[in-house]
Write a protein of this length. Sequence first.
Length: 599
Amino acid sequence: MLEDENLDKKPPRRGAKSAPSRYFHSPVPEEEVKPIKLKGVSQQNFSGEIIKVEQDKQIGFKKTFYRKGAPKKHIKTETNSKIPKNLLKKYDKGEKVRSKGVKTKFFKEKQERKEVYLQYATEQAARTEILLTEQQGFIEPDEEEITAQYRQVEIAKNVDILSASKHFKLNLDFGPYSLRYTKNGRHLLLGGRRGHVAAFDWITKKLLCEMNVMEEVADVSWLHVHTMFACAQKDWVYIYDSQGTELHCVKRLYRVNCMEFLPYHFLLATGNKDGYASWLDVSIGELVSNFNTKLGDIRLMHQNPGNGVLCIGGSKGVVSMWSPKVREPLAKMLCHSTPMSALTVDPKGQYMVTAGQDRKVKVWDIRALKGPLVSYGLRLPANQVVVSQRGTLAYSQGTYCEIQSNLLLGEKAETPYLRQMCDSFVHGMRFCPYEDILGIATAKGFQSLLVPGSGEPNFDALEDNPYQTKSQRREHEVHALLEKIPPELITLDPNEISAVDVPTLQEKVDAKRSLFHLKPPKIDFKSRHKMKGRGGSAKASRNKQIVKDLKRKEFIADIKKSKQSIFKQNSKKASDFIPLDSSVPSVLDRFKPKSTKKK
């Protein structure tokens, strides 16, 4: 089914001197290809020799020596090279505390000592940038040239052989296709509308499984490991393993259009044609939530990796944000005055990019929920929008694809970073994590494009390891299950979970505190007017005093009852914990000294 001739062939070994023309056929002759300057990556000229690229200077280490008991002025430091100010500003803890108002000399020296430690911690955190050994690559054009002129064939000719092997094209006949990369960027999953499903290691071109489910496939998604994936077919959602064996058929998820997997919550989120949003916990196999969003057919849905909230785009230009434990949207944003055509959130969960039928692309700060930071006009409406780990934005307009390198920063260049014309209509786009690769799924197959500078060059092996072994994958799966986040903690602001609800706490404290500081209420007693000779002022004042005393006694009795109830509640809580020196025998008595043991 996969007709690319390069799948069965392995890329040549690193350092081979032969040009890769026999592995990748190109319509452009070698003599017509111009060399391109690529900074941060190794290059190869036409004779097969490897060209060394000049790397940026690294920050030197700083040795700090402390003399025990010495004041701040006696601390000596030896620095090989100065730390850049931008790195110090990045890890700065804030302004220094002023010690001018401190009265005693002891606390003044203590505060100065603390500032020295904070400054040292800031410098050490800035030096951790040295551990990020890989540099971000980019294209450096010559004079009177622009990067948008360069084609993929020219870029592949000027990079090393291993990077050139990552540029390929698959001609498939069961499109249009949807695609997904794994979280570590090693495996690729393709799903054709006419039933074709294929999963393979796209770097080594090793095929895991390939099958035809004989039904319409709306969307595909990897689960927490690359050995299982979900496929939204015509009626229900099916879960397969890496060999193509059907594991489950989830009939409660029906007529699904789009899927998103939340890796830290183990939730498979879906949106169907009837407007229902559903969350399936794949670790226990139970449906966490399933309710009607009242938005009609859900076609645009993307998760916010920062907090796990689902962003759903509607036909009225409104983006609504949903959580599995709340049946109403957490927030709504009017992004366009026309129906939306594309929606995405950057991998850090800070910015949201939307596109509408009004031929505009807008960038929003999803944390502030305010007006657009940047708004750009296009010649045609964008039907696909994706953002890479380094902020590179790619959008497609029919069969035409453009890539902007700094669009999130509000600096749109006169010409895009790269351009690519596809052979058919673009139905899906994804940036590969930790690789300078943009995957494009069209109606006639799949293309892998080289986009220098789009991927994160450094990865955390404990979080996402593209080279993990079988035992490492099993261990990572166990740790992920132990650290699983419950769906109740999915909120718009994740920092609220660890914060204290001060107003509610203050109300409870004030209510208890007021019982011990209440004053008896004032009694305004007015005696009944009697006939002349029946009463006097002395008798009236005596009756008034009697009434006041009775009311005061009743108030004091009520206060005593409330205090006793509070004391009983606290005594019950304290009785649950038996101290070690209590008279009740305990198993922990053997840890006591012999003199204190009960005879």
